[in-house]
Design a protein around this ligand. Structure first.
Ligand SMILES: C[S@@+](CC[C@H](N)C(=O)[O-])C[C@H]1O[C@@H](n2cnc3c(N)ncnc32)[C@H](O)[C@@H]1O
Length: 252
């Protein structure tokens, strides 16, 4: 009759079994029932913010701009940045607006319409990417898929006394806007050249503590944008935080 394994062996075996079981459980729940599964992220984390009434109200406002969009965690990042911006001096800026999905979400989250001491500047060509700005390394992945959304965005914010819509090509259009201090900067133009130029233009205007959200930073095929942001950050002795959403975050 085989002898009974020692107590230490039995404990070790149980631990090993429970680790395996835990791993299997994690694998199965991550694959089959992740707590968050959209926008290229399958996460077994606790996205408690999804049930926050303020988040839901703000995301509903964004969905009016682009129904069916599932980018809730990215929207949360911009809401967080907007809330944070209220703690410091400065205006809000987005370069690359399209239908104003993230801008609508951020504005609704902080009830921007009532904050008449601040202006939200929305910069876009409203005609898509300027093809002369597309770099060599970006041409393969380049698709100009944007319709003219100028009238649509104007209609969305027609009752906002503090939203300023600037139609034109960044960086030229930035010079027309007289903006002194910036507390919130969102950059989402899909091309490295104007994104880097916007960073250069606004950096001195950013109030210390202001956030810069780089929407495309960690997305596949966006290497030129990521490199441009990294080079810019390094030139200012900063480091971009890559978020699992694909966004990059920089704090002045
Ligand atoms: C990905 S979309 C922006 C999406 C938007 N942030 C949202 O919340 O849905 C990119 C936008 O950048 C704009 N764009 C690209 N290059 C630009 C430039 N040099 N100046 C101004 N707008 C530009 C395009 O017209 C397009 O509307």
């Amino acid at each position: 009759m085989p002898s009974r394994p020692s107590l230490s062996r039995r404990i070790a075996y149980r631990l090993k079994r429970s680790t395996l079981a835990e791993r299997a459980y994690q694998f199965l729940t991550t694959v089959f029932s992740p707590a968050y599964n959209e926008d290229g992220m399958r996460l077994h984390k606790n996205p408690a913010f999804l049930s926050d009434p303020d988040f839901r109200r703000a995301y509903a406002a964004a969905l009016k701009q682009e129904p069916g969009t599932r980018t809730r965690w990215r929207a949360r990042t911009t809401q967080w940045a907007a809330r944070r911006a209220l703690e410091i001096e400065g205006d809000f800026v987005e370069c690359g607006v399209n239908k104003a999905f993230f801008a609508a979400s951020a504005m609704e989250f902080v009830n921007f319409k009532e904050r008449t001491d601040r202006t939200f500047h929305l910069f876009d060509t409203f005609e898509g990417v300027a093809s002369s700005q597309v770099g060599e390394g970006e041409r393969a992945a380049f698709k100009n898929e944007y319709a003219d959304t100028h009238a649509f965005v104007r209609e969305t914010f027609k009752d906002y006394p503090n939203v300023r819509i600037v139609k034109g090509v960044v960086p030229d259009s930035l010079r027309e806007a007289e903006i002194e201090r910036v507390a919130y900067l969102s950059i989402d133009m899909n091309v490295a050249y104007p994104e880097r130029a916007a960073l250069e233009f606004f950096w001195e205007k950013l109030t210390p503590g202001a956030t810069v959200t780089l929407d495309d930073y960690g997305f596949p095929g966006r290497d030129a944008q990521r490199r441009a942001a990294d080079e810019f950050a390094a030139s200012r002795d900063r480091l971009v935080l890559p978020l699992p959403t694909g966004q990059g975050l920089l704090i002045k």
